[in-house]
Design a protein around this ligand. Structure first.
Ligand code: IPE
Ligand code: IPE
Ligand code: MG
Length: 244
């Protein structure tokens, strides 16, 4: 599915093209902590605080879909204490924020594997997803134990398990079996922390996304930095392979 870009009014009365689906690779928590001589857990704590700030900011700006990369299938290979710290933070943030997000008409989704996360995190995610399922405002997709390759492989396995007739498999059918089923493709993919790589995020859904990389480390990425990313998006010529 290709998103139809909407426009939003700027404070000076001009309109700009607004990305309908924004995805973020929230990178740089470790370096943020290191620069301050803090423990890595402080970096992740600051990262989760910024996540809450950015979600309400983007909801206010009128973005319809927001996908946040919180933990990759490869992040399990980090030291156990760091991994456990991230899991605990995720549990605490969802437990604390889900009700408020629900009040704000946000629909929460989880993208990723559910068989390796702790029972407690799975419970919190399931509860938040269920509670907000009928909401009609911003869709907030939390990518946790998410990997693009794993998602694509699992989709194929599920189609086989469902006995899907191979002659009916096309791009649209395949997309129905991805975690992002029903969501439009990503318009704007933002990576903080200065790197220019996808790190196994949304490999299918970013086929024609506009990419924006910022040197700013994730805990500091908000406000004017988002303005800049949106401005850059507004100036892109999206051709989707056509001669325009
Ligand atoms: C991103 O920050 C958060 C996760 C991957 C969970 P990092 O922890 O990767 O931060 P850097 O890249 O080491 O600075
Ligand atoms: C990407 O960051 C994953 C998340 C932000 C959750 P990483 O820090 O894991 O990516 P690499 O290792 O720099 O590619
Ligand atoms: Mg990193």
């Amino acid at each position: 599915m290709t998103a139809n870009p909407e426009t939003s009014k700027l404070s000076n009365g001009k309109t700009q093209v607004l990305p309908q689906h924004v995805a973020m690779i929230m990178d740089g928590n470790g370096r943020w902590a290191e620069e301050r001589g803090l423990d890595i857990s402080e970096g992740h704590h600051a990262g989760f605080e910024n996540l809450q700030r950015v979600v309400s900011d983007l909801a206010r700006r009128g973005v319809s879909y927001l996908t946040m990369y919180a933990f990759s299938t490869e992040n399990w290979d980090r030291p156990e204490a760091e991994v456990n710290g991230i899991l605990d933070l995720a549990i605490a943030v969802i437990a604390h924020e889900a009700e408020q997000l629900h009040q704000n008409n946000v629909r929460i989704r989880h993208l990723g594997r559910v068989d390796r996360i702790s029972d407690e995190l799975r419970g919190e995610l399931e509860q938040a997803v269920e509670m907000t399922a009928d909401n009609t405002g911003l869709t907030l997709a939390i990518a946790f134990d998410y990997g693009g390759r794993s998602e694509i492989a699992q989709a194929a396995a599920r189609m086989v398990a469902d006995g899907v007739d191979p002659s009916t498999i096309d791009e649209g059918k395949y997309a129905e079996y991805l975690y992002t089923s029903g969501m439009p493709d990503v318009d704007l993919l933002i990576r903080t922390g200065g790197d220019f790589r996808i790190s196994n995020f949304l490999l299918w859904q970013t086929a024609y996304s506009e990419f924006y990389s910022s040197d700013v480390l994730w805990p500091d990425f908000h406000g004017e930095h988002i303005d800049r990313a949106f401005k850059s998006f507004g100036n892109r010529a999206r051709r989707f392979g056509k001669r325009i």
